[in-house]
Write a protein of this length. Structure first.
Length: 138
């Protein structure tokens, strides 16, 4: 059994945004040499999420609007957490979207359905963030 670790770095220019990281995850699998195993992908920050879904702009806009309905950014005064910061909505959005994605590796490739892709979803950007890729297998 071997393990491999890699970090991706992000600094999105806006407060919120989605980045398709499927290619970077596959490159890490290629670097690892693992042919059969699992890959864990998670943001190392509590105001971002990694998830799997389709790479459709309409869907991305729908996700953004849905999350904003559930946990609106403003008014900031609606959240007790914002007494100290202004990112309470980002914490809530991360809770809704989840922390990480775990994917099977088969034959050295992500074992995905036709439309599945891995995304980094930033909810409190404009600063340096990291994503962990951890691979285990043979």
């Amino acid at each position: 059994m071997k393990t491999f670790r890699k970090e991706l770095s992000f600094r999105l220019p806006s407060r919120r945004g989605l980045v398709n990281i499927t290619g970077e995850v596959q490159r890490a699998i290629d670097e690892s040499g693992v042919r059969e195993g699992l890959v864990l992908v998670n943001p190392m920050h509590i105001t971002a999420s990694v998830f799997i879904n389709d790479d459709e702009s309409g869907l991305h806009q729908d996700l953004e609007e849905w999350l904003e309905t559930l946990a609106p950014e403003k008014p900031h005064s609606r959240y007790r957490h914002n007494v100290f910061e202004d990112n309470a909505d980002a914490h809530l959005k991360r809770t809704i979207m989840g922390r990480e994605a775990v994917c099977a590796i088969t034959g050295g490739r992500l074992d995905f359905g036709t439309w599945e892709r891995i995304f980094y979803f930033e909810f409190d950007g404009k600063r340096d963030k990291r994503v962990l890729i951890k691979i285990i297998g043979e």
